[in-house]
Design a protein around this ligand. Structure first.
Ligand SMILES: [Zn+2]
Ligand SMILES: [Zn+2]
Length: 126
């Protein structure tokens, strides 16, 4: 006696999945975790603003993102529940991935993998 095995239905063959091989395809996408991971970016002061440097939270490629704002001095981690920005020196900065890796399907006039997210910069003037 042997138990009857369920017959595999025709037309439902498992789809081969590419895992971690080569750059991810370009896709304009965001996720709450992007901003959290991007909190590890370094804010490098430049004339009239900062350049945010770090690995893209989606594709992991090194990138930098210039943000010109004379009052921005330091980096602030994104909070789970951001307070209203009125009367504070916080600035919400929309960022996009600007890595130099050629992600498949990317428009010629764009950089990065298509990931985008918001970060908060805070002025810390004494
Ligand atoms: Zn990339
Ligand atoms: Zn990216």
């Amino acid at each position: 006696m042997s138990p009857a095995l369920p017959e595999s239905r025709p037309g439902t063959a498992p789809v081969a999945h590419e895992t971690g091989v080569g750059p991810e395809p370009y896709e304009e996408i965001t996720h709450p975790s992007f901003a959290e991971q991007a909190a590890s970016f370094q804010a490098v002061p430049t004339r009239g603003g900062v350049v945010l440097k770090g690995p893209c939270p989606r594709c992991g490629d090194p990138m930098d993102f210039p943000h010109v704002d004379s009052v921005v001095r330091s980096w602030l981690r994104r909070r789970p529940h951001p307070a209203p920005l009125a009367a504070t020196a916080e600035t919400v900065v929309p960022m996009i991935c600007t890595c130099a890796v050629p992600h498949p399907g990317r428009p010629d006039d764009l950089d990065g993998c298509g990931a985008y997210w918001n970060v908060i910069l805070r002025d810390e003037r004494p």
